[in-house]
Write a protein that binds this ligand. Structure first.
Ligand code: NDP
Ligand code: MG
Length: 380
């Protein structure tokens, strides 16, 4: 029987690769059926998808007056209506940024399983999302490659005997650039990722390693592990995505080609393990390297560890301040190296606020954005 899938953020990097997985599995026993999707501003994708998948329904979440012909819903209620009026088995959340959190909430409220690429949802509100998922008897299946790897390893090994987690990082495009040149790199330089082809925001985050900072928080939340027991290693070949150490000291690795379609395929198959149409990693002749990241090059990784130690609100602030700082860097109003200083300065004030509801999260997020924007403007 085929699985019915809704793809949120269908025009983005995760969205497009999910559609590839759906196409590739069209003729297999594990068929996937696209029943719905959302786009925010990309008219062409909406038109093409309606043509290719005529039975699917498309929600336009952006400015309603710009909605193209063929959109089933448009405007602020479009996402909620897509999710409440379309029967599906699983939803892939490939929306970028903090906007993904409200989408994750809606998916779980509608009792659908959530294949979650949007890491901001986990960083900002995993405790509340997990509570909602448990109440609705839904699964949250990580799609982020490192966490998909950790998920597969911990499911197979058993969480109880795991003593340490490792996530890997490619090191981004400036891994070997002299540190004193970092302050003059441009947004386009930062988006030239050596391994992965991704959206612009996450590409810049890979260059600063804020992406790994977010992923550290994501791993701590998803696998309920203190940050002191989560390691980050630079691994430029990006074949090993995650490792798990068990109590007896053995280290187990999840290895696959650097291709996001693989973790998407795994998430859409889970709890089954099914044949992948995307080939497999061959280690013959491969030289795999691992080393510790340098604090001076990647301060945002250390700032994330500190935020995790301080509390939930600080993790929300870390994400919000970083998004604002990246926007300022994209506009050219701050330098690459000032992204970390804007985040650090925003975290300096007392953020010991309660995080008891999704409203609390959005309140902290919005306060942090205002303060980060002031900090960014003062840095110029
Ligand atoms: P992209 O920028 O490529 O795509 C994101 C999509 O989100 C866009 O297509 C956009 O729609 C949609 N979108 C943007 N803002 C909103 C909004 N306010 N409401 C609804 N939809 C919106 O990003 P990626 O695909 O790279 O990343 C998506 C998420 O997955 C991020 O959280 C990222 O961290 C995570 N991720 C990505 C990986 C990757 O390889 N790309 C790997 C692991 C995690 P439109 O184009 O129509 O405007
Ligand atoms: Mg990742």
């Amino acid at each position: 029987m085929s699985k019915r899938v809704i793809v949120l953020g269908a025009a983005g990097s995760i969205g497009r690769q999910t559609l590839d997985v759906i196409r590739e599995r069209a003729a297999s026993d594990e068929k996937l059926e696209l029943v719905g999707f959302s786009v925010h501003s990309n008219c062409e994708t909406l038109r093409l998808l309606k043509h290719e998948f005529p039975h699917s329904r498309g929600a336009w979440t952006g400015e309603p007056s710009l909605a193209p012909e063929g959109a089933s819903w448009a405007g602020p209620e479009a996402l909620a209506r897509l999710l409440s009026e379309t029967e599906a088995d699983i939803v892939v959340n490939g929306i970028a940024g903090a906007a993904g959190l409200s989408a994750s909430i809606l998916v779980l409220q509608r009792s659908m399983h959530l294949a979650l690429a949007n890491k901001e949802s986990v960083v900002m509100g995993y405790r509340l999302l997990k509570k909602l998922a448990d109440e609705q008897r839904c699964n949250i299946i990580p799609v982020d490659s490192e966490h998909a790897g950790l998920f597969q390893l911990t499911q197979r090994i058993g969480r109880a005997i795991v003593s340490e987690l490792t996530i890997t990082a490619s090191g981004g495009p400036f891994r070997s650039l002299p540190i004193d040149q970092l302050s003059s790199v441009t947004p386009d330089d930062a988006c030239k990722h050596p391994v992965w082809k991704m959206g612009r925001k996450i590409s810049i985050d890979s260059a600063t390693m804020a992406n790994k900072g977010l992923e550290l928080i994501e791993a701590a939340r998803l696998f309920d592990m203190p940050q002191t027991r989560i390691r980050v290693l630079i691994h430029p070949q990006s074949y090993v995505h995650a490792m798990v150490r068990t109590l007896d000291g053995a280290l187990y690795a999840q290895i696959s080609k650097p291709d996001m379609r693989l973790p998407i395929h795994m998430a859409l198959s889970w709890p089954k393990t099914t044949a992948s149409p995307f080939g497999f990693a061959d280690l013959a002749g491969k030289n795999l390297e691992f080393y510790e990241p340098q604090k001076e090059r990647y301060p945002l990784l250390w700032i994330a560890r500190q935020a995790l130690d301080e509390g939930e609100a600080q993790c929300i602030v870390y994400n919000a301040a970083n998004e604002v700082a990246v926007e300022h860097f994209e506009k050219g109003s701050i330098r690459f190296t000032q992204i970390a200083s804007v985040v650090a300065r925003t975290l300096e004030r007392n953020w010991n606020l309660p995080v008891e509801s999704f409203e609390d999260i959005l309140h902290i997020d919005s306060m942090a954005r205002t303060i980060a924007a002031n900090n960014a403007e003062r840095s110029t």
